[in-house]
Design a protein around this ligand. Structure first.
Ligand code: BTN
Length: 279
């Protein structure tokens, strides 16, 4: 944390309640119902159960703490009480299951849109949807898809954001590569305001995608990623690829220019800057 600022105790930065979040939210598609729990195993799990029971698009599940917060690739998401944001959206996009990664990518853009006003230097997106501040991870997205053959039934978009989490309280296994908005901003943020803003940005990007397709989202993603021309190694389900980043294309693939002028399109996995084993 920057010097001269006081650390907030747990619960600082606005109590997350459904009533506070719904006040002046002003969205039309997302957030007609917001359920806030003191503690859940995982907001994604609860949102999925609601979606399976027929809950319509737009419902939001939030927990003040998670006992089994899930991250990508089977990792856990550290979820202490009262400091951060753990939120899941139920979406029912009219989209083929193979295109669902675009929802996760647009979520990363909405997150960067939300956080940029709170920190001195713009957030960066790290492929595919980690949000970094000064090279350290502040937020991540875990999307879960339910489909029936070629039809998407729903997508649960789960987002974890470290808001007022002092690095000193982070467990050692994440402290070296994680940060929080408070650490970078130098002061605690109002969790209700940030959450409302995230819901609004999610809705804006979701509607933009429906109306204009993925290309404008890809342009913004590239702007936040600032990766074009960087040499990277991609760990994909089909093995490791090394190359120079051309950028995210209009189909949601990360395009790499590899040895011998070959072009590779990466759809999933982790990407590391050459010489770095990132967050
Ligand atoms: C990642 O590994 O980067 C993704 C982390 C996603 C964590 C969020 S917290 C809210 C939602 N519920 C979960 O169990 N996971 C996601």
């Amino acid at each position: 944390m920057r010097p001269g600022k006081e650390r907030p105790g747990p619960g600082a930065g606005g109590e997350l309640t459904s009533a506070a979040l719904l006040r002046c939210l002003g969205t039309r598609r997302l957030g007609h119902r917001v359920d806030v729990y003191p503690e859940l195993a995982s907001t994604n799990r609860t949102a999925r159960a609601l979606a399976e029971a027929g809950e319509p698009e737009g419902t939001i599940v939030i927990a003040e703490a998670q006992t089994s917060g899930q991250g990508r690739m089977g990792r856990r998401w550290v979820s202490p009480a009262g400091l951060n944001l753990y939120i899941s959206f139920i979406l029912r996009p009219r989209l083929a299951p193979a295109e669902s990664a675009k929802i996760t990518l647009l979520t990363a853009v909405a997150l960067a849109d939300t956080l940029k006003v709170h920190v001195p230097r713009a957030p960066r997106i790290k492929w595919p949807n980690d949000i970094l501040l000064e090279g350290l991870k502040v937020a991540g997205v875990l999307s879960e898809l339910a489909c029936e053959s070629e039809h998407t039934l729903f997508v649960i978009v789960g987002i974890g954001v470290n808001l007022n989490y002092p690095r000193a309280l982070m467990p050692p296994e994440i402290r070296g590569r994680a940060t929080s908005v408070m650490e970078e901003a130098g002061a605690a943020v109002d969790r209700v305001r940030v959450t409302r803003s995230l819901v609004r940005h999610m809705e804006e990007r979701y509607i933009e995608f429906e109306e204009h397709g993925f290309a404008p989202i890809a342009r913004c993603w590239n702007g936040y990623a600032r990766m074009e021309g960087c040499r990277v190694r991609a760990h994909t389900p089909d093995g490791e690829r090394a190359g120079r980043v051309r950028g995210l294309d209009g189909s949601g693939f990360l395009v790499l220019e590899c040895e011998g002028g070959l072009t590779e399109r990466v759809v999933s996995g982790d990407v590391f800057l050459d010489g770095a084993e990132g967050a």
